[in-house]
Design a protein around this ligand. Structure first.
Ligand code: MRU
Length: 346
C-alpha cells in the first residue's frame, strides 16, 4: 500500500487526514486521547475497523497521560478515557469492541505496576492494528473465490485501506481478485453526503491501478438493469446476530436493486464487526450527522437556507438481501444465526 491509514510511532499516533483527501495527502500527529476522539468524530479517521484501531490507540495514549498514585485512581481515569472515546460515533461496533479489548488487557494486568499496564496497553493497540491488516488479507482470500474473472463490481462508500489498518474489507476482496490476475473493474458509488466513494474509494483504487468508474448513487440501478454489474461488495459497521447489516446510508437501496436485478450482493467484514448481542438490525443505533453535510458541499450551499434536513449516516440492510457475508474465517450464507456464531468461533 502506498499510504498508511494509522500507525503508532514514537509514542504518538499518526493518521492520514481523510477530510483532506483526495486533494491533499496529509498525515496528522496525535499525542492525547481527546484529539483522537475529536478525529474520530470529525471523520479524520473513519470506517469501522479503522475507528476500532484509533480508539484502541487513543486508550493507550490516554493511559500514558494519567497521573495516579493508586491503581483505583488509574482505573477510574482509564474508564473516563474509554467513555470519552466511546461517545464519538455510535454505529460502528468496532469502536466498542476495541475499547472492550483494551479494558480487558488493563484488567488482566492489574497486578502489575502502572508503567507495565501502560506498556501492555500500547502493545495491545499496536497488535490490534497489525491483526487488522492480516484479517483484511484473509477476507480478501475468501472473497476472491466469489469474484469471477471479468467481473464488474459495484461498491458503496469506502471499505478500503483507508477504512481499516490497510488493504480493506470490500476493497480487500477487490484487491485480492486484482492481485490474482483477474480482469476486474469497479463501479464506485459517489456516496452522498460525505462522498466517501468519490473522494476516498476512487483515490485508493486508482492508486492501486484497479480500473475504476465513478457514478452518482442514483445511477446504480441504471447500470444494474443494463446488465453491466456482475456483483456488489460492500463493508459493514455492525452485523446483528441474524445477519442484518448496518453500513453507509444508501447500502440498503443498492441491496434492494441488486436483488431486483438478480445480482449477488456481498458484505465483507471482520468478526469484530459482528454484534451477536443484538438479535436483529432494528436494535442498531444509527448516527445522525450534521445537517451541513447535506445542505453544503465543500462549504458551498446547495439548498435554500433554513430547509428542513435529515442526515442518517447509516442504514440497515435486512439479511434476506445479502447473498453472503465474507469474514476472515470464511464465507457465511443461508442461515446467518448459526453461520455467524460458527465463524466467530462460538
Ligand atoms: O461514516 P463512515 O465513513 O465511517 O462509514 C464507513 C462505512 O460505512 C464503511 O462501509 C464501513 O465502516 C466498513 S469499513 C471497512
Amino acid at each position: 500500500m502506498s499510504f498508511r491509514t494509522i500507525e503508532w510511532l514514537d509514542d504518538a499516533v499518526i493518521m492520514i487526514d481523510q477530510t483532506r483527501l483526495p486533494e491533499e495527502e496529509i498525515y496528522n500527529t496525535y499525542t492525547d486521547f481527546q484529539s483522537i476522539a475529536e478525529a474520530i468524530k470529525g471523520m479524520v479517521v473513519r470506517g469501522a475497523p479503522a475507528i476500532g484501531v484509533a480508539a484502541a490507540m487513543g486508550v493507550a495514549l490516554g493511559a500514558r497521560s494519567i497521573i495516579a498514585d493508586t491503581h483505583e485512581s488509574f482505573f477510574r481515569q482509564l474508564d473516563n478515557v474509554c467513555d470519552v472515546l466511546g461517545r464519538t460515533r455510535p454505529t460502528a461496533v468496532n469502536l466498542f469492541w476495541g475499547l472492550q479489548r483494551m479494558k480487558r488487557v488493563a484488567e488482566e494486568n492489574y497486578s502489575k505496576n502502572l508503567d507495565q499496564i501502560r506498556d501492555a496497553l500500547k502493545r495491545e493497540a499496536v497488535l490490534i492494528e497489525q491483526e487488522d491488516q492480516t484479517i483484511c488479507r484473509n477476507i480478501g482470500k475468501w472473497g476472491n473465490t466469489v469474484i469471477p474473472d471479468g467481473a464488474t463490481i459495484l461498491t458503496h462508500c469506502n471499505a478500503g485501506g483507508l477504512a481499516t489498518a490497510g488493504y480493506g474489507t470490500a476493497l480487500g476482496v477487490i484487491r485480492a481478485a486484482h492481485e490474482a490476475g483477474k480482469n476486474i473493474q469497479v463501479f464506485v458509488d459517489e456516496t452522498r453526503p460525505w462522498l466517501q466513494g468519490a473522494r476516498l474509494t476512487a483515490w485508493e483504487l486508482m492508486k492501486s491501478q484497479i480500473a475504476t468508474t465513478l457514478i452518482t448513487d442514483n445511477m446504480a440501478g441504471f447500470f444494474m438493469n443494463r446488465g453491466d454489474i456482475t456483483c456488489c461488495v460492500v463493508g459493514a459497521d455492525r452485523i446483528a446476530a441474524n445477519g442484518d447489516t448496518a453500513n453507509k446510508i444508501g447500502t440498503y437501496s443498492v441491496a434492494v436493486l441488486a436483488k431486483e436485478n438478480s445480482i449477488p450482493f456481498y458484505v465483507a467484514a471482520p468478526i469484530s464487526t459482528l454484534d451477536l448481542s443484538i438479535s436483529d438490525g432494528s436494535k442498531i443505533p444509527i448516527e445522525e450527522r450534521p445537517f451541513s453535510e447535506v445542505t453544503h458541499i465543500k462549504g458551498v450551499a446547495i439548498s435554500p437556507e433554513g430547509v428542513k434536513v435529515r442526515n442518517p449516516a447509516f442504514d440497515v440492510t435486512p439479511a434476506r438481501y445479502i447473498t453472503a457475508i465474507i469474514t476472515e474465517n470464511g464465507i457465511v450464507s443461508g442461515e446467518y444465526r448459526s453461520g455467524l456464531r460458527k465463524a466467530a468461533g462460538l
